[in-house]
Design a protein around this ligand. Structure first.
Ligand code: ATP
Length: 297
């Protein structure tokens, strides 16, 4: 694969984010100024990006870069079709939070995204698996998973990040006694909320695992001991100020061992921002990285 005249196959979710159309057109215009060959596959509904990825891999054309044009949910669907890391992955951030793009040094800049697709060399990125779902960013159970479970996708499209906060407050006020058990290497930890992170960033531009990141074969486990609405506010403010690690009731562990997450009854989890999983959940790090396009520093 020669940089600068790559073959890019873009899987585009036309429903991601709030200014999808103009941002995607801008990316295509920029790409038209390069020597890259571009093919666009549009998703037609939930799960379609996984199917398109599998179909692409079955074409058996190794000399391609697969590009996710959407938000983290689109990336997640692509990741779950990308068995064995068959193709390098790039991203055009069109979503609401765009955590992966921030992690890759692209942020929300379309110019930087295109520059990265055209010139960056693929670097290794480690993923993890929760039951049978692969993730690149994080798995959460507690405040965030309750918010995701309560979030209406129309509200998210209209109000963006604010919709998460409203959904979280509504969900948490109706659910006071979150008690989760986390077992790592024979030791049990108890939590009101847990975030198992592969990434540095969380929920947008907020840093949750300062020494972590996709390039490291490790999981950062953040154990939030408290539950209830008052603690939710404390944790929320600390997250906004990037001070989570300074709170005395938040413990951070780093591991490459499997993690078992259980609760006294089925509890919803979120995985890369999407719901669907419930406890018990087993999380394992995949020792084999996939290749991903990261912006030059
Ligand atoms: N054509 C489509 N119509 C409706 N939904 C779709 C379509 N294509 C994909 N989807 C669904 O849209 C969901 C959300 O997309 P995505 O995550 O990319 O955007 P977002 O939610 O705005 O961003 P973020 O995840 O960064 O918050 C995906 O998980 C996917 O299931």
């Amino acid at each position: 694969m020669t940089p600068a005249n790559r073959r890019l196959v873009i899987i585009h979710n036309p429903t991601s984010g709030m200014r999808n159309k103009s941002r995607f057109s801008k990316a295509l215009l920029r790409l038209a100024e390069t020597r890259c060959e571009v093919e666009i596959l549009k998703t037609s509904g939930p799960g379609h990006a996984t199917f398109l990825t599998q179909e692409l891999i079955s074409r058996n054309e190794p000399d391609l870069v697969l590009v996710a044009a959407g938000g983290d949910g689109t990336v997640s669907e692509i990741l779950n079709g990308l068995t064995g890391g068959a193709l390098p992955l790039g991203v055009i951030p069109l979503g609401t939070a765009n955590v992966l793009a921030r992690e890759l040094g692209i942020g929300v800049s379309i110019d930087k995204a295109v520059e990265t697709l055209v010139h960056a060399d693929p670097v290794p990125a480690y993923t993890a698996v929760a039951n049978d779902k692969r993730f690149l960013l994080m798995l959460g159970a507690g405040y965030d998973s309750l918010a995701v479970a309560a979030l209406n996708s129309n509200q998210k499209k209209r109000f963006g990040a604010i919709a998460y906060v409203v959904a979280a407050v509504r969900a948490i006020s109706g659910f006071q006694d979150m008690k989760l058990d986390i077992k790592i290497n024979g030791t049990h930890y108890s939590a009101g909320t847990v975030v198992i992170s592969k990434a540095k960033y969380y929920g947008g531009p907020f840093i949750i695992a300062p020494d972590g990141g996709l390039d490291k074969p490790r999981l950062d486990v953040l154990i939030f001991k408290g539950s209830g609405i008052v603690n939710a506010l404390r944790y929320g403010v600390a997250l906004l100020l990037n001070r989570i690690s300074r709170l005395p009731d938040v413990e951070t562990l780093v591991t490459d061992m499997p993690i078992l997450l259980t609760a006294s009854r089925e509890f919803p989890c979120q995985c890369d921002g999407d719901g669907g999983l419930v406890t018990p959940v087993k999380v394992s790090l995949d020792p084999k990285p996939l290749m991903i396009l990261r912006a030059a520093v």
